[in-house]
Design a protein around this ligand. Structure first.
Ligand SMILES: [Zn+2]
Length: 70
């Protein structure tokens, strides 16, 4: 039954790595419109602009990541 063990190992490894790399530090907000973009979803330089009003969005750290600085 070594084959089943290999499959279990492969299944266990891939979700763990993808979960760690997708961890976001916070999100960009437009407070006027309530629009939100997670930092991991924004690809580009600088600050994203709101898709509704076009204003610069404000970065806000997510509470759960701010608690642990290690
Ligand atoms: Zn807006």
């Amino acid at each position: 039954m070594s084959l089943i063990g290999d499959i279990k190992d492969a299944l266990r490894q891939s979700p763990a790595t993808s979960d760690g790399s997708e961890r976001s530090k916070g999100a960009y907000w437009c407070h006027d419109c309530g629009e939100r973009i997670r930092d991991v979803e924004f690809e580009g330089d600088g600050v994203p602009s709101c898709s509704v009003c076009g204003d610069e969005m404000e970065f806000e750290r997510s509470p759960d990541s701010a608690g642990c600085a290690c």
